[in-house]
Design a protein around this ligand. Structure first.
Ligand SMILES: Nc1nc2c(ncn2[C@@H]2O[C@H](COP(=O)(O)OP(=O)(O)OP(=O)(O)O)[C@@H](O)[C@H]2O)c(=O)[nH]1
Ligand SMILES: Nc1ncnc2c1ncn2[C@@H]1O[C@H](COP(=O)(O)OP(=O)(O)OP(=O)(O)O)[C@@H](O)[C@H]1O
Length: 222
């Protein structure tokens, strides 16, 4: 097994475990019939090519070491998508209260969006993974954003890849106004939040009623 594969394996384990745990928050809200602040969760281990690019950018040695993992902070990356901007604060608080990870850094690109128009809330957490060589504490980045923020960021990320950050003026302006449109979309959705959530609760009850196999054991037995 290559040195990189060995080095990355606790990060992969952290991503796998954290995906299950963060998705678990969604199902737990479902069980108590409460609208979940978590819409969906994704995760990835930073591709080696991106690790390489980042070491060049930051002037770090491209060598598998704990120090590199700590310098980059995002080798293990999770992303939590929320429906509404207010859900982000609920999710960050749930993360701060957990005992299985420790928040070491927070960056609020929602109150202070990036010049590109990027908005998201970032947390860096220390997370211990149990391996056959004992406990290894790794850093993981958790990005928390709305669906609208995510839509904008994924489009901008693809374009960034294409233009290597050197956007033509026209594209730059369009992206700025798309970021404003995403911001307004979040505001509009927040203003009709209770309407939306009532409709969603009604819809999920209706789905359960028309498909008894979705009912919980308790409900089926009564
Ligand atoms: N699409 C998009 N994503 C961004 C942007 N800025 C930050 N991100 C995401 O947020 C991550 C961390 O960014 P920062 O908080 O700026 O961290 P940093 O170490 O100062 O910056 P990087 O060196 O870019 O990782 C990046 O790796 C991206 O996934 C942006 O302008 N557009
Ligand atoms: N915390 C994260 N959770 C889930 N996916 C992520 C996270 N960070 C980045 N990604 C996604 O993983 C893919 C590859 O990651 P990569 O590290 O190249 O992106 P990046 O972190 O946005 O880039 P950069 O290191 O240049 O800032 C991209 O599609 C990116 O959107």
């Amino acid at each position: 097994m290559g040195q990189w594969e060995i080095f990355l394996s606790p990060y992969k384990q952290a991503v796998d475990e954290l995906k299950v745990k963060l998705k678990g928050m969604r199902s737990q809200f479902g069980i108590i019939n409460t609208n979940s602040p978590v819409e969906f969760v994704t995760g990835r281990v930073k591709p080696l090519a991106s690790i390489y690019d980042k070491t060049l950018e930051k002037g770090l040695a491209f060598e598998p070491s704990k120090q590199l993992g700590d310098e980059l902070g995002d080798i293990a990356g999770l992303r939590i998508m929320c429906q509404f901007v207010d859900d982000i604060a609920t999710v960050t608080e749930l993360i701060r209260q957990r005992n299985d990870m420790r928040v070491v850094e927070e960056r609020d690109y929602i109150t202070h969006n990036k010049p590109s128009g990027y908005r998201s809330y970032h947390m860096i957490v220390e997370y211990p993974v149990e391996t056959i060589q004992g406990k290894k504490v790794v850093l993981a980045e958790i990005q928390i954003r709305t669906l609208a923020m995510n839509f904008w960021a994924s489009i901008e990320h693809s374009l960034n890849y294409k233009y290597k950050g050197m956007f033509p003026e026209e594209i730059k302006n369009r992206l700025q106004s798309a970021a404003e449109a995403a911001f307004r979309l979040d505001e509009e959705m927040s203003s009709i939040r209770s309407e939306i959530q009532e409709a969603q609760a009604y819809f999920s009850e209706y789905k359960e009623a028309s498909n008894p196999s979705l009912l919980s054991e308790k409900e089926r037995d009564t």
